[in-house]
Design a binder for this molecule. Structure first.
Ligand code: NAP
Length: 304
């Protein structure tokens, strides 16, 4: 099978395509014939070596952990899925490949009306958004500030916070202001004088802050909250030194919750946004776009 591999840490030039063995599912696993792969910022952080201190990666490695595709083989003891099922979820082996292994409990059935490219926008962003909003304990009637609200995670987090009954102020780049509004947020451009601009929109203050950008907005967030309480970041590694909660694993990887999000996306109740699609062979281009961090929604690799 074709897979994308890196043998050394570095820029996107370390990614290259190889022919390799099709993996065999172990107990509790299934093999998925991959149709779409989610390209996440963490893929680039792992490739560059930035994550080595906290999450060592043996090399060579196939990047990626988010797939949508067709169940192709069952490992021992798997009875909740069958060959031919269309699924979305988290992969155990690298996702940037024609076939990947996944725990059967980490996959949800894909509704027929949901495109592969949109299905794969849900697992990582849905889980990350749920986890962060739970940590913040966002409730109806509250005002939540979300930094990086136009990204893959932010897109889902805005909508799930609105669904909880919260008012959302979302920061994004100038090109994504209308997009923010369409998702149900009050839009702000990130950058200078953010504290004053948020205070003008929310004179009674913000009840919680989710930083889904990791671009230096934690100090402003502390000013707006009057302390570190109810601020969570998914992205800023300075969190601990500032006394802020970093939302990290263990990922819940709930197939039941993922199925519910997929149902909502199919019915149009949850908007999934695909920033761009690239063929698997263009994985380096996709990671360049991901590293740049302005892709509006999920970057996706398609696999024939
Ligand atoms: N801990 C977890 O559970 C978890 C889960 C998923 C993701 N993450 C992390 O969360 C972060 C977001 O992930 P993602 O997939 O949503 O990334 P993404 O799709 O690349 O989104 C990046 C967001 O950051 C904004 N941004 C870019 N430059 C900015 C700047 N200078 N100032 C403020 N905002 C800026 C972008 O806005 P514009 O495009 O409008 O410019 C966009 O909204 C990443 O660091 C990722 O690794 C963590």
């Amino acid at each position: 099978m074709k897979a994308i591999v890196f043998d050394t840490f570095g820029g996107t030039e370390v990614l290259h395509e190889v022919d390799t063995e099709i993996p065999q599912p172990g107990p509790g696993q299934v093999r998925v014939r991959v149709r779409a792969v989610g390209v996440n910022p963490v893929d680039g952080k792992i490739r560059s070596g930035t994550m080595e201190a906290v999450f060592p990666t043996p090399l060579p490695a196939v990047p990626g952990g988010e797939i949508a595709g067709i169940v192709d083989a069952l490992g021992q003891g798997v009875d909740r899925l069958k060959v031919g099922d269309e699924v979305l979820g988290w992969s155990d082996t690298g996702a940037y490949a024609q076939y990947a292994l996944a725990g059967a409990d980490h996959l949800a059935l894909k509704p027929a009306g949901l495109a592969w490219t949109h299905a794969v926008a849900l697992p990582v962003a849905g889980d990350g958004a749920d986890r962060a909003l739970d940590l913040l304990d966002v409730k109806a009637g509250e005002t939540v500030l979300i930094h990086g609200a136009s990204g893959a995670l932010g897109t889902i987090a805005v909508q799930l916070a609105v669904a909880r009954g919260a008012r959302v102020l979302g920061t994004a780049g100038p090109a994504n202001q209308e997009y923010m509004t369409s998702l149900g947020a009050t839009a702000l451009v990130y950058g200078d004088n953010l504290v004053e601009r948020v205070r003008a929109l929310a004179p009674n203050g913000v009840d919680a802050v989710l930083d889904a950008a990791g671009k230096g907005a934690l100090e402003d967030s502390i000013t707006l909250r009057g302390g570190t309480d109810r601020i969570v970041t998914t992205a800023d590694f300075r969190a601990r030194e500032l006394g802020i909660v970093f939302s990290e694993g263990p990922q819940r990887r709930s197939a039941a919750r993922l199925a519910e999000l997929a149902r909502q996306a199919t019915e149009g109740a949850l908007v999934t946004t695909v920033g761009a699609t690239h063929p698997l062979s263009d994985a380096a281009k996709a990671q360049q776009a991901s590293d740049a961090g302005h892709s509006r929604g999920k970057l996706v690799l398609t696999v024939d």
